[in-house]
Design a protein around this ligand. Structure first.
Ligand SMILES: Cc1ncc(COP(=O)(O)O)c(C=O)c1O
Length: 375
């Protein structure tokens, strides 16, 4: 269908394909007339928010008649203290997605380039294309590499040219679950020219602690061109609220703040995120559950003959060695929603978020049945 306004749209928007989110369980249940479906498709925390965030959320209702504190002072102060940076280095976002888009809006024009890796998080191409900037996509590691389909630092460096303004890098990466270790990242940051802003997206950082995945914030002082983004959507269990943040040099934060919507983080999100940050116990329970889930999914799927590389996040990438669409349909018919990756050009892969122990068993049983029935 021809869109009658297309010729009026900004050039970058004309060819833009929207982000494909995980299918909501309600939609699947409506479509198939089934109940009790489970969704392991969007890398959410199966435990949801912890008790402190829940209490803060309930209490926040009293404040929703008023606009939020546009500066998000309380949450920013807690984040600054947590990360050992100044208040003027913290930028809040409506999810970290918001911060990624702010970065693109701030630094990209049709005259410049942004670099990211093949199989990098799908929001980068959208954020870049919306500004009409050119994307320079670095080839990923091959499937038989130690980090299958992961970011290749040499290829990223080679993709940087004189017009490059931004480089997006997720560590660990979604949808591959792969990561760069401290030595690789350190060498990469040293080699990137200082006039290229490096966006190090650490949405899954909390899950990766203790797994040879570095904490990028340690390099903020040495590299003024580095921005580290984090989120409350994953390990903190607040995906539905939308809260994320960037840590950067104050001058860079100052630029982001010029384009940021004045009230981009809601009253409930500000309060719940600040409370979640203090709930060490819930975070630890989340991380422990995820470790068990990663091991169980990897073992169970491997036992079915599928390839599942190590993941430092809260999902596994599963290489089915055949077209994933039919297997995905068979899983959906059993009420199990995972993520097909055709939009990444990965036609044989599914991404599966770790769930509760019961959900993990359900996805494994559904996969076994799908494969046994010839999907
Ligand atoms: C690598 C990565 N970065 C950023 C995000 C954005 O998350 P949010 O906007 O909920 O913070 C996601 C979400 O899936 C992600 O996988």
């Amino acid at each position: 269908m021809v869109n009658r306004f297309e010729s009026l749209a900004a050039p970058g928007i004309r060819k833009l394909a929207p982000y494909v989110p995980g299918k909501p369980p309600e939609q699947l249940e409506r479509e198939l007339g089934i109940k009790d479906s489970i969704k392991l498709a969007s890398n959410e925390n199966p435990l949801g928010p912890g008790p402190r965030a829940r209490a803060a959320l309930a209490a926040s209702l009293a404040g929703v008649g008023m606009y939020p504190d546009g500066s998000g002072h309380v949450l920013r102060a807690r984040l600054a203290a947590r990360h050992g940076v100044g208040l003027d280095q913290v930028t809040l976002g409506n999810g970290s997605n918001d911060v990624l888009v702010l970065l693109a809006e701030t630094f990209l024009t049709p005259e410049v380039d942004a670099v990211y890796s093949q199989y990098a998080f799908a929001v980068y191409p959208i954020a870049v294309q919306a500004t009409s900037a050119r994307a320079s996509v670095a080839p990923a590691h091959p499937a038989d590499h130690r980090m299958p389909l992961g970011h290749d630092p040499a290829a990223l460096l080679a993709a940087i040219g004189p017009r490059t303004r931004l480089l997006f890098l997720a560590n660990p990466n979604n949808p591959t679950g792969t990561w760069l270790d401290a030595g690789e990242l350190d060498a990469l940051l040293r080699a990137i020219p200082p006039e290229v802003v490096v966006v190090l997206d650490e949405a899954y950082h909390e899950y990766s602690v203790g797994m040879s995945v570095p904490d990028g914030t340690q390099w903020l002082a040495r590299h003024p061109n580095l921005v580290v983004t984090r989120t409350f959507s994953k390990a903190y269990g607040l995906a539905g609220l939308r809260a994320g943040y960037a840590l950067s040099h104050p001058d860079l934060a100052d630029l982001l703040n010029r384009v940021r919507q004045p009230f981009n983080v809601s009253v409930p999100a500000l309060l719940a995120a600040a409370a979640a940050l203090e709930d060490r116990e819930h975070l630890e329970a989340t991380i422990a559950l995820n470790r068990q889930g990663l091991a169980r999914l990897r073992e169970g799927l491997s036992a079915l003959g599928l390839k599942v590389p190590l993941s430092a996040a809260n999902f596994v990438l599963c290489d089915l060695g055949r077209a994933a669409a039919a297997v995905n349909d068979a899983l959906l018919r059993q009420g199990v929603i995972v993520r097909p990756l055709a939009n990444y050009g990965l036609m044989n892969h599914l991404r599966i978020t770790t769930g509760t122990a019961a959900q993990n068993e359900r996805v494994l049983a559904a996969m076994a049945a799908a494969l046994a029935n010839g999907a």
